[in-house]
Design a protein around this ligand. Structure first.
Ligand code: HEC
Length: 311
C-alpha cells in the first residue's frame, strides 16, 4: 500500500466515523427541536380552547340567557363551544384534534375511548399531575398529545351534572336523563386532550438529515480531491524526484534534475541530505580523479577530467 492509499484510507475512515457521529447528533437534536415545536403548537391549541370556553361563559351565556330563560341553548355550554370550534378546524386539518373526553359524558360524542380512559385514570389516581404528554399512534398518523384533567372544582357544575332532577328541564329534553350525571365535587371526570400529528415533524427531521448527509458527502468529495492534489503536489512529487535523484547518485550518475534543498520540514531535510550526499560524492570523485591524475597520466586522466567536467 503506497502513501497515497494509506492517507486515503485514513481519510475515508475518519470521514465515515465523523459523518456518522455528526448525522446522529444532528438527527437527535433536530428531533428534539421538532418535538418542542409540536408541543408548543399543542399548547397553543389548548390555550385557544380555554379562551373559547371563557368567552362562552363570560359573553355568550349571559347574552343568550337574557333573551330566553325557558329554552336551553347548547351554544352557552363552554364545552360545546370549544368542541364545535375545533370540529371546524379539524375539517381543515384532520390530523389535529381537540377533545374533552369524559367517562360519563352528557353528549355521547365526548365519551372517552380506550387510550383516553387510561389518561383519565392516571389523572384520577393523582389529580396533582396537572399535565400529561405522550405519543399516540392512530391509523393516519403518529400524534403527540397534551392532556389536562377536567376536575369538578365549582359547585355550579353540579346544577347540570349531578342528577337529572337538578338539571334544567329544557336540557333534559335535549340530552335525555341517562348521560352526564352523578359527577361529584373534586372528581376528575375527564381530560382535555389535544393531539398534534408528528408525521410532518418526522418527515422534516428526515429531510434535514438527508440534506446534511448530502452536504457532508459533497464536502468530503471536495476535501478528498483537494487533499489528494496537495498530497501529490507537496509530498509525493517531491518525494518521487528525490528518489530518482538518490537512485541516480547511488549509481554514480548525475541526477537528471537539480536537487533543490529549499523549504523546511521532513521533505526539505531529505532534499538537503541528498544534496549533501551528492556534493560529498562529487568531492570524492574529484579527489579520486586528482589522485589518479598524480600517479598516472594519459587518456585515463582525461577520462576522469571529462567525468569531473560532466559532474
Ligand atoms: C347549564 C348546564 C350546565 C352547566 C352549569 C355545566 N354544564 Fe357541562 N355540559 C352541559 C351540557 C348540556 C353539555 C353537553 C354539551 C355538548 O353537547 O357537547 C356539557 C358538557 C360538558 C363536558 C363535555 C363532556 C360531556 O359531558 O358531554 C364537560 C367536560 C363539562 N360539561 C364540564 C362542565 C364543568 C366542569 C362545569 C362547571 C364549571 C359544567 N360542565 C357546567 C351542561 C352544563
Amino acid at each position: 500500500m503506497n502513501i497515497q492509499q494509506r492517507f486515503n484510507l485514513i481519510f475515508l475512515a475518519t470521514f465515515f466515523l465523523g459523518a456518522v457521529a455528526i448525522a446522529s447528533i444532528s438527527f437527535i437534536f433536530e428531533r428534539q427541536q421538532i418535538q418542542a415545536e409540536v408541543m408548543s403548537q399543542a399548547r397553543l391549541m389548548l390555550e385557544s380552547a380555554l379562551a373559547i370556553r371563557s368567552y362562552t361563559v363570560q359573553q355568550v351565556r349571559p347574552a343568550i340567557s337574557a333573551q330566553s330563560s325557558d329554552q336551553f341553548f347548547p351554544q352557552t355550554v363552554p364545552s360545546f363551544a370549544a368542541h364545535e370550534t375545533f370540529s371546524i378546524l379539524h375539517q381543515k386539518y384532520p390530523l389535529y384534534s381537540y377533545r374533552e373526553a369524559v367517562l360519563n359524558p352528557t353528549n355521547p360524542r365526548s365519551r372517552a375511548t380506550a387510550w383516553e380512559v387510561e389518561i383519565i385514570q392516571r389523572f384520577s389516581a393523582d389529580p396533582n399531575i396537572g399535565e400529561l404528554t405522550g405519543h399516540h399512534r392512530t391509523e393516519q398518523s403518529d400524534a403527540l398529545y397534551l392532556a389536562h384533567p377536567i376536575q369538578i372544582t365549582d359547585e355550579s357544575c353540579l346544577s347540570c351534572h349531578s342528577t337529572a332532577d337538578a338539571a334544567p328541564k329544557a336540557m333534559i329534553q335535549l340530552y335525555g336523563s341517562s348521560n352526564g350525571f352523578g359527577w361529584k365535587m373534586g372528581e376528575v371526570v375527564g381530560a382535555q386532550i389535544v393531539s398534534v400529528p408528528m408525521n410532518f415533524a418526522e418527515e422534516k427531521a428526515q429531510r434535514s438529515l438527508g440534506i446534511l448527509v448530502i452536504s457532508l458527502f459533497s464536502m468530503s468529495i471536495l476535501i478528498y480531491l483537494f487533499f489528494n492534489w496537495l498530497l501529490r503536489r507537496f509530498v509525493l512529487r517531491p518525494l518521487a524526484q528525490l528518489t530518482t535523484a538518490a537512485d541516480a547518485i547511488s549509481l554514480g550518475q548525475k541526477p537528471t534534475a537539480e536537487v533543490v534543498a529549499t523549504g523546511s520540514g521532513e521533505i526539505g531535510e531529505i532534499a538537503a541530505a541528498i544534496k549533501r550526499l551528492q556534493q560529498s560524492f562529487e568531492r570524492a570523485m574529484e579527489l579520486l580523479t586528482e589522485n589518479e591524475g598524480g600517479t598516472k597520466a594519459g587518456p585515463h586522466t582525461d577520462a576522469a577530467r571529462t567525468e569531473k567536467d560532466r559532474l
